[in-house]
Design a protein. Sequence first.
Length: 105
Amino acid sequence: MKKFVLCFLLSFAVFAAGCSMGPSDAEVETAFRQTLARNDFMGLFGAAVEVEKFQVDKIEKRENGVYEATVTIVAAAHVGPLSLGGAKQTTLRLKKVGEQWVVLQ
C-alpha cells in the first residue's frame, strides 16, 4: 500500500510540474495574434493579410523563463486585385508577464 501511495504522489508531482511549465499551443497563438494587432499600423496589415492556419510545431524552454515556439503560419495577402500567400515557419520567443504570455520583440 505504501508503494502505491508513493508511486501516486510521485506521478502526480511530475504531472503537476509538466502542466505548469510553458505556454500551450492556444496561448502561443493568442500571443501571436495580440502582437499582430498591437503592431498593426492604422489597421492596414489586418485588412490586407489573413492568417489562414497557425500551427505550433514545437516549444522549447530557454533561460530566464523564455520559451521558443517554432510555428508554421499559412497566410494570404490581398492587395487590390492581387492575392499572394504561402506558408512560413518562424520562431517566436515568449515570456509570461503577469497571467499572460507575450511575444518578445
